[in-house]
Design a binder for this molecule. Structure first.
Ligand SMILES: Cc1ncc(COP(=O)(O)O)c(C=O)c1O
Length: 396
């Protein structure tokens, strides 16, 4: 089997009669059939090929094949966004009366699905402490069907011990569903630890340049018919254009992630020593409470650094206002560094207690560390820390 980088570059749709070098994009809603019998056989599943782009398309197929190779998965599907991947990966398998065990540290919209949407359909959930798999046993019910986790979590960078979680899921015959968006398959492959399903927001590091939305669900072949039925008939299809763009972006995922990670580690080191910073979190920094686990299951620490600026929420906002180069945006995983304030944006629907339970303090700042020169990233953050301190002094 070829190496990760080679698969990322050399997996592409069959070359057409035009002998193009770069993979083409198949912007077509539907496909044609040779005759009535061919059309019948295609719909009956007796012949293979593409019927309609809500079902499949060569561009989305290419992306699925590539991500399956990266994750060590057997099959998968693309979706229009990361959230449609998360939602599909839950709803395709569960029915009224079922129960989910979920890590408490999940993305804000995933929290909304669990707390606001699924209960309307009679699907319940129990949150568990992401850092203590040994306490999960008591959450198991006779109707529990799925274990849902995100590692590292957004934005608290809490890690799940995937080996222990995989054994737990297997012992209770639960579908083990891992959101691998923050790490990407370049840094960790949850299937190695027993994940049945891996979901991605391809909007983030996979696109890598903040252009399009996309999602993926990959995993065991035997689980895919349910996903296929849900996707075909409810329609969260990814645009072939987005699939083409994300697939091209994956050609450079490895080199981009190497630089995102080395920049992020340099920034974490800088912030750790800074007198205006209370706490820094980065999975491959020794100060992370789960550092050993981070080293064990992630090749590198990822591109996100979070920190708590001294002075709470007011200082946090002043810090963001003082930033000059880094973009103030809610996205992450871009070539451009981005600063976000989770408690007032992505996690604003959570109350204070819910935020604190997943490590989101009012002054927590999340940096998606980009590909600019690290000295310029550190320079901008350093000047904003200094300026926000001065403003605070004047204000007092
Ligand atoms: C861990 C995680 N999962 C899912 C999503 C949702 O992805 P999308 O915005 O592509 O719907 C996000 C978005 O930030 C995320 O961070």
């Amino acid at each position: 089997m070829a190496h990760f980088e080679t698969n990322a570059i050399r997996t592409q749709t069959e070359r057409t009669q035009y002998k193009e070098h770069s993979t083409p994009t198949f912007l077509t809603s539907s496909f044609t059939f040779d005759n009535a019998e061919h059309m019948r056989a295609m719909f009956a599943g007796e012949a293979s090929g593409n019927i309609y782009s809500r079902y499949s398309n060569p561009s989305t197929n290419e992306l699925v094949e590539k991500v399956c190779l990266m994750e060590g998965a057997e099959a998968g599907f693309t979706t229009a966004s990361g959230m449609s991947a998360v939602f599909t990966s839950i709803i395709a398998f569960l029915k009224q009366g079922d129960h989910v065990i979920a890590s408490r540290a999940v993305f804000g919209s995933t929290h909304q699905i669990l707390t606001n949407i699924l209960p309307r359909w009679g699907i319940t959930f129990t949150y568990v402490d992401p850092t203590a798999v040994n306490t999960w046993e008591k959450a198991v019910q006779p109707n529990t069907k799925m274990l849902l986790v995100e590692t590292p979590s957004n934005p608290g960078l809490t890690l799940i011990d995937m080996e222990a979680a995989g054994k737990f899921a297997k012992a209770h015959q639960l579908i083990f569903n891992v959101d691998n968006c923050f790490a990407t398959p370049y840094l960790q492959q949850p299937i190695k630890y027993g994940a049945d399903i891996v979901v991605h927001s391809a909007t983030k590091w996979m696109d890598g340049q903040g252009r399009v939305l996309g999602g993926l669900i990959v995993g065991k072949e035997e689980l895919m018919p349910e996903v296929q039925t849900f996707i075909r008939h409810s329609g969260p299809a990814m645009s072939p254009f987005n699939a083409w763009l994300i697939s091209k972006s994956l050609e450079t995922l490895a080199v981009r992630m190497d630089r995102h990670c080395s920049n992020a580690l340099r920034l974490a080191n800088y912030l750790e020593d800074h007198s205006e910073v209370n706490k820094v979190l980065y999975p491959h920094h020794p100060s992370h409470p789960q550092y050993d686990l981070g080293r064990k299951q992630m090749n590198q620490g990822g591109g996100i650094v979070t920190f708590e600026v001294k002075g709470g929420i007011e200082r946090g906002s002043r810090f963001i206002d003082a930033i000059k180069m880094i973009s103030i945006s809610s996205n992450l995983g871009d070539a451009r560094s981005i600063v976000t304030h989770p408690s007032s944006t992505t996690h604003s629907k959570l109350n204070t207690a819910e935020c604190l339970a997943v490590g989101i303090t009012p002054g927590l700042v999340r940096i998606s560390v980009g590909l600019e020169h690290i000295d310029d990233i550190i320079g901008d953050i350093g000047q904003a820390l200094a300026k926000s301190k001065q403003v605070l002094k004047i204000a007092i």
